[in-house]
Ligand binder design. Structure first.
Ligand code: BES
Ligand code: MN
Ligand code: ZN
Length: 521
């Protein structure tokens, strides 16, 4: 049936893996050999494929490698997939995420409907990851690897089962209990990332600023503790949100500012509020400064920052950390036309600062600056924005990492910590005075493009002037948002930023870092 993305379920079960009837049983193998006693028992029952394949040189447990073994009745599963975990001491959360994702992807490719995972049981003192974190990472990995964007294809063309029921297995009851706790979190964040990928993958004739706002309202209605208000074009005009309005004025699909609010249970006036701001340009043609035709279809992904915030807010509201979070998603379609904003225009933004437009294709910063100023007004003490902002960021650091620029070192450290936990990689880039200087205009407070060099940094230098005094970080996801998927993976959005932002908020509470402290120390 059309309009159905794969239905993924993840559970944890204490069981003898040899007895589990699954279409595929994934068995984790370190470079050093089998993971634990339960793994070794299955391997022996199958006649030691781990040893035999190593001798043959076909499989040695390296990360991101697999080998298929057919159980021939020696285990209840129809197939056993050996999954390389790399060296035991290096097997952390991100490594388990990738291993589980690879197993789930292979299972979907085989049209499997059930997958058992005996990947990891935390044995050995040198374990690089806690059992709970392992449970979370494996659950998230299953959602990630099983995902295909095929809602506009019929069942035959989808070439997969309608659902994948995955079971994380262990023989030990205490291990099962801890894995269950972690997996409960992973199911939330994994499903949120999958949700984000689908919305990001939808084309611009389906996702407009108004339909995105309707989607956010629908989400908020389904999650208690999440509220959504939307400013439409009339309200944006009344509030003088000149940046969002300028970018949106050339399109028949008018702009919106989506505001999602999560209030911590028992929040007091002292509970701090974090602001997450995401760029949601539903299509970036460049406007009057039109982009070249080649590759322009990829600009449906120019909403990826906003969608990352949508997905992160879903996860955060379901996990209920003790901090208030406001998600702000300015959304517009950047189109050329008789009503479009032009190069040379001077736009008065929500903050009151004026901006000389030099290039209508530098539209992301024009919608973000209004949302950042509004986030400050709503009381956010820490603001993180995320956006597919510059091609220059892709030139600088490629398609596998996001650039992070900030006016606060501890914020960068917290984002790096969230990155290490999730495996969503970031790289620190500068945005100090020289880049602020580059954005000064001769006819207005600022101009919307810098010089020839350091385009990711000048864009951040522009935004920093709207954060002005508030702790702020900017995540440029141009590379990962648009071209992040590996060739062999499902093409399209990888939902980058959902897990990073959720981990940033949740770990911030856990470690009581400045800015999200829930009580005075
Ligand atoms: N959405 C683009 C940036 C982009 C390009 C993201 C390629 C992903 C892949 C952004 O709105 C843009 O057009 N930026 C311009 C800025 C320039 C005009 C200062 C760019 O990077 O060329
Ligand atoms: Mn643009
Ligand atoms: Zn753009």
């Amino acid at each position: 049936m059309k309009n159905r993305i794969i239905d993924v379920q993840v559970k944890v079960r204490r069981a003898d893996a040899a007895q589990v009837k699954a279409d595929v049983l994934a068995l984790g193998v370190f470079e050093e050999g089998c993971c634990c006693a339960a793994c070794s028992a299955i391997n022996s029952a199958l006649g030691d494929p781990v040893g035999r394949l190593k001798t043959l040189g076909d499989f040695d447990g390296k990360a991101q490698t697999t080998a298929m073994v057919y159980a021939d009745g020696k285990a209840a599963a129809r197939r056993v997939l050996l999954v390389g975990l790399g060296a035991r001491a290096q097997c952390d959360g991100p490594a388990l995420f990738k291993a589980a994702a690879l197993a789930a992807s292979k299972a979907v490719e085989l049209k499997a409907a059930s997958l058992g995972l005996l990947l990891y049981c935390g044995e050995g003192k040198d374990a690089a990851v806690s059992l709970a974190a392992a449970g979370q990472a494996m659950a998230e990995g299953v959602y990630f690897g099983a995902y295909r964007y095929d809602e506009y294809m019929d069942a035959a063309a989808k070439k997969r089962a309608a659902k994948l029921a995955a079971t994380i297995l262990t023989g030990d009851a205490t291990v099962a209990a801890t894995l269950t706790k972690g997996a409960a979190v992973g199911v939330v964040t994994g499903a949120a990332q999958m949700y984000a990928r689908t919305i990001a993958n939808r084309p611009a004739n389906v996702v407009t600023p108004a339909s995105l706002a309707a989607e956010a309202k629908k989400l908020a209605a389904s999650v208690p503790s999440l509220r959504c208000t939307v400013l439409d074009d009339k309200q944006l005009t009344a509030k003088k949100m000149g940046g969002i309005l300028a970018v949106g004025q050339g399109s028949v699909n008018p702009p919106r500012l989506i505001v999602l609010q999560y209030k911590a249970l028992g929040a007091t006036t002292k509970t701090p509020t974090v602001g997450l701001v995401g760029k949601a340009i539903t299509f970036d043609s460049g406007g009057i400064s039109l982009k070249p035709g080649e590759g322009m279809q990829d600009m449906k992904f120019d909403k990826s920052g906003g969608i990352a915030v949508l997905g992160a807010m879903r996860a955060i509201a379901q996990l209920r950390p003790k901090v208030n979070v406001i998600g702000l998603i300015p959304s517009a379609e950047n189109m050329p036309g008789g009503k479009s904003y032009r190069p040379g225009d001077i736009v008065t933004t929500y903050s009151g600062k004026t901006v000389e437009i030099q290039n209508t294709d530098a539209e992301g910063r024009m919608i973000l600056c209004d949302a950042i100023a509004y986030a400050k007004e709503l009381g956010c003490k820490t603001i993180v924005d995320i956006a597919t902002l510059t091609g220059a960021c892709v030139v600088a650091i490629g398609t596998k990492r996001a650039g992070v620029m900030s006016n606060d070192e501890t914020l960068v450290e917290r984002l790096k910590a969230a990155s290490a936990l999730t495996g969503e990689r970031v790289w620190h880039l500068p945005c100090d005075d020289e880049f602020v200087e580059a954005m000064k205009s001769k006819v207005a407070d600022l101009k919307n493009t810098g010089g020839k060099w350091g385009g990711a940094c000048t864009a951040a230098g522009f935004l920093s002037q709207f954060a002005d005094g508030t702790k702020w970080a900017h995540i440029d996801i141009a590379g990962v948002g648009v071209w992040g998927a590996d060739e062999k993976d499902a093409p399209g959005s990888i939902g980058f930023g959902v897990r990073l932002l959720a981990a940033f908020v949740i770990e911030g509470v856990r470690s009581r870092e400045p800015g999200v402290r829930t009580r005075k120390t």
